[in-house]
Design a binder for this molecule. Structure first.
Ligand code: FES
Length: 156
């Protein structure tokens, strides 16, 4: 076992993990943060996206030991003081989901996209979401949701 210290959603955790433990399994099974999903386990679907030191990362591609000392944000940490993040609000307002399985990964990836490019075109949104798959194919409303979030953030 290896000792790691990871700050997740602002709270520091000291844990003992097997060196082979993936970050997604650490979040879900050690910290019980089950909003981060596992869709493929092969780095393709994006259901497992979280932020590590402010960058979106597929947490099935990273070992928990690699997150030692890092700041991790999961979907559970995105809202502030009961206020949804604009991307969460956009998915609600524009119904950017169908079954919902891929949603948390899309939201985390979109929040990172808007941090880097606050005013993306629809093409840039689609390009930015290339690493996330929606098997219900609800892409139109996902683009609308992210556009909503971009406009909402610009109005602030
Ligand atoms: S579970 Fe990580 S990309 Fe699909």
């Amino acid at each position: 076992m290896t000792a790691i210290t990871v700050t997740v959603n602002g709270k520091q955790h000291h844990s003992e993990v097997e060196p082979r433990t993936l970050l997604v399994h650490y979040l879900r099974e050690h910290l019980n943060l089950t909003g981060t999903h596992i869709g493929c386990d092969t780095s393709q679907c994006g259901a497992c996206v979280v932020h590590v030191n402010g960058e979106s990362v597929k947490s099935c591609t990273m070992l928990a030991v690699q997150a030692d000392g890092a700041n991790v944000t999961t979907i559970e940490g995105l809202a502030h003081n009961g206020q949804l993040h604009p991307v969460q609000e956009g998915f609600w307002e524009k119904h950017g989901l169908q079954c919902g399985y891929c949603t948390t990964g899309f939201i985390m990836a979109a929040a990172d996209l808007l941090q880097k490019n606050p005013h993306p075109t629809d093409d840039e949104i689609r390009h930015g979401m290339e690493g996330n798959l929606c098997r219900c194919t609800g892409y139109e409303n996902i683009v609308r949701a992210i556009r909503y979030a971009s406009e909402k953030m610009a109005a602030k």
